[in-house]
Design a protein around this ligand. Structure first.
Ligand code: IVH
Length: 698
């Protein structure tokens, strides 16, 4: 880094120099903070430290647009020893959809062809793909600026992760400085992992020292990376493979393969087994080969990731609910083991669903000890005729819940009898009914059912909802039992009950302080997380995001839901028209809102916290931003899927049917009744060419 920025008076800095200087100051102050707060060994005198902070503040005052997410001014002091600072990823860290067999893989490729219309039209165009081992570790993002490692973060929820800069610094596969020729900004993404040998050695060492042993190499890698004291991480043998990138100031190459090669050229470890393939057969052959070789590798892999090689195609394909359309993980077949099923227990979930769970003689499956497995539902148990006391086959695939596959009839004890699924809730005794067409039996006890109440609260504080670290399931259960928490809002009043909590077993000053701090952080929450936290049936993260995007604020959403109770209303039409929400989800949302008790919960929460309105992702200014568009008929230049994705990227909402709220209908070749209806309603209808003109250049 040049010294012009470092020494120049703030008034003389150009934006370019200011940007560099802010990056340097953020890294430098973070380094000093860690030494001071976490290692208790200050590297500079306080006065010198203050000079850096003041300079950072002065530059930010002059260039507010350049304030960095990891700026020292944005951090409230230094995180307590219990946690890490948060880092918002410059580009979200996506996850992957899974394929479990060759057919899923072919369907994935067919989907790509359908989306990229020219490939659909000409099946002879080959689709090159990169096949990479799927490393079983944890993903991180590491940011280099002007070739220097500035910070690194865990994936977290994909949008925000934990600042593990100091810990990542200890990993040898991650250079601190990389060669000339790198873009000014380069975020490298990849997997931190531990080899099997290193894992075994670490566990021996842990055991000898009377410390915690890890269940598998992945847990060991995660536990080692998330050490508050980076000195501990330094003694753990962590490795890294780069497989992608986040923000980059200049493109690395035109293809994924080309990018991997550039990363490798800069000294970043990339997986030597990755292969460039053309077509599904080659991918599947590679998968078969690796499934045989995986046990001989030094590290765990749990499948193969296939990625479309051309980056322009990746861009056009984009992503849906946090997973790219241009990549898929082809998992290895599940690992199996035989054991005895001791008992079939019935769990009651937060929406009252009764789920049968097999309690097993513990058995090792694919390196993990399994003592419980899911039995799915009543019909499944009957179909497979699984009984208590049976010898059963259990299987585990990746991180999915272990399942009971089948019972071995030959080994069945004589006195056995078919399992009778309970018709009453085992938790509250209320009737458990099966609605028509439903697979699950549900407890009708609502909130009198302790299981439902407690499960709802657990969901409320869970990671993807309010993320209240330190308030685990066990605490919720015992607080609920003792009347400290009844409704969700009570969580935000725990600060008034510290005396009572302090007297309880297992609560120290520090843990209480940490939980209260985590609760306070939860007092501002995004609308999407808030909606998800409510635990409405069928409203998972993706649907919650759709609702947040559609309605913008909590008040607007509530108002619209109230109006939508009238099924004839426009508000109802708008709700079912949101792409991704159908009548069945709409029913569940409205049923939730129709209950006075739930509305009270919402009012009550409104008094103790602030729900932030939906922040629309940055969309380029365009003529169609904020408009509701409907596509009808087939377009010649792109598939319906791509048209929709393009429109949304430009800030439009895409609806499935025409109503008075529609702003624009784009009619393809055989546009029929929708175009007619639009004309009747006075909504403008344009042809494909006009549409392309409208979106051109944006
Ligand atoms: S690509 C947008 N490539 O798998 C692409 N992921 O199930 C995102 N993983 O969170 C990931 N090896 O932790 C990719 N060669 C590889 C991978 C890989 C392991 C992990 C990664 C990701 C998870 C998704």
């Amino acid at each position: 880094m040049s010294d012009d920025s470092r020494d120049a008076p703030v008034q003389r800095l150009t934006p370019e120099l200011a940007k560099r200087e802010l990056a340097r100051l953020a890294a430098e102050i973070a380094r000093l903070d860690i030494a001071y707060h976490r290692e208790d060994s200050p590297l500079v005198a306080d006065a010198e430290y203050d000079v850096l902070r003041r300079r950072n503040a002065a530059i930010e005052a002059r260039f507010p647009d350049l304030i960095r997410p990891d700026s020292p001014s944005q951090r409230v002091g230094v995180e307590p020893a219990s946690g890490f600072a948060k880092i918002t990823h410059a580009r979200p860290m996506l996850s992957l959809n899974n394929a479990f067999d060759g057919e899923d893989v072919r369907e994935f490729i067919a989907g790509v062809r359908r989306f990229l219309k020219e490939l659909q039209d000409d099946p002879a165009i080959p689709i090159e793909m990169v096949a990479e081992p799927k490393i079983d570790g944890l993903s991180v993002s590491v940011r280099y600026e002007s070739g220097s490692f500035v910070f690194g973060a865990t994936r977290g929820d994909g949008m925000t992760g934990e600042d593990v800069t100091a810990n990542l610094h200890t990993i040898e596969d991650l250079p601190v400085v990389i060669a000339a020729g790198v873009p000014d900004v380069l975020e490298v993404r990849g997997e931190v992992y531990m080899t099997r040998n290193d894992f075994a050695a670490l566990n021996r060492q842990q055991e000898a020292a009377g410390e915690k042993v890890f269940a598998n190499p992945r847990n060991a890698a995660a536990g080692s990376l998330r050490q508050i004291d980076a000195g501990v991480t330094a003694n753990r043998p962590l490795r890294f493979f780069a497989y992608g990138w986040g923000e980059v100031s200049a493109p690395l190459a035109d293809t994924h393969w080309g990018c991997l090669q550039r990363l490798a050229g800069w000294g970043l470890a990339t997986n030597p087994l990755s292969r460039l393939c053309s077509g599904g057969d080659e991918l599947i052959a590679f998968h078969t080969e690796m499934a045989e070789r995986r046990h001989a590798l030094a590290y765990d892999i749990d499948g193969i990731v296939y990625k479309i090689n051309r980056l322009d195609w990746q861009d056009r394909l984009g992503s849906v609910s946090r997973a790219p359309r241009w990549a898929i993980a082809h998992k290895f077949p599940a690992e199996k083991a035989i054991t005895v099923l001791r008992k079939i227990a019935i769990q009651v979930g937060r929406t009252g669903t009764l789920t049968p769970v097999a309690e097993l003689e513990p058995v090792t499956v694919g390196g993990v000890v399994v003592a419980r497995a899911t039995l799915h539902n009543e019909d499944e148990i009957r179909r497979k005729d699984i009984r208590e006391g049976d010898t059963v086959v259990v299987q585990r695939a990746g991180d999915v819940i272990p399942q009971v596959v089948t019972a071995l009839a030959a080994k069945r004890p004589r006195a056995s009898h078919p399992f009778a699924f309970p018709e009453r809730c085992p938790e509250c005794g209320s009737l458990a009914v099966r609605e028509e067409g439903a697979v699950a039996r549900r407890c009708t006890g609502g909130l009198v059912c302790p299981a439902q109440a407690v499960e709802r609260l657990k969901h409320f504080v869970s990671r993807d909802a309010f993320d209240i670290e330190g308030l685990g399931g066990k605490h919720i259960e015992s607080f609920w039992k003792d009347g400290l928490i009844g409704a969700p809002s009570d969580i935000f009043r725990l600060g008034e009950r510290t005396e009572t909590i302090r007297e309880r077993e297992g609560w120290g000053e520090k843990s209480l302080e940490n939980v209260l701090a985590a609760i306070d952080r939860g007092r501002t929450i995004s609308l999407a997380r808030f909606i998800y936290a409510l635990g409405i049936r069928q409203v998972g993260q993706a649907t919650a995001r759709l609702l947040a995007k559609q309605y913008g604020s909590l008040e607007a959403w509530r108002r619209a839901m109230e109006m939508a109770e009238d099924r004839e209303s426009d508000a109802f039409a708008d709700l079912v028209n949101v792409d991704g929400i159908g009548p069945s989800v709409a029913d569940d949302v409205l049923a939730f809102m129709a209950e006075a008790h739930n509305r009270e919960v919402l009012d009550d929460l409104g008094r103790v916290l602030a729900v932030e309105p939906y922040a629309a992702p940055e969309t380029r200014a365009s003529a169609i931003a904020g408009k509701t568009v409907v596509f009808t008929g087939s377009l010649a230049s792109m598939s319906r899927g791509e048209a929709k994705a393009r429109a949304e990227a430009l800030g439009a909402k895409v609806a499935g049917s025409v109503s008075i709220r529609t702003d624009l209908v784009v009619g393809g070749a055989d546009a029929g009744s929708k175009a007619r209806k639009a004309r009747e309603l006075g909504v403008s209808v344009v042809d494909e060419e006009t549409w392309l003109g409208m979106i051109a250049g944006s």
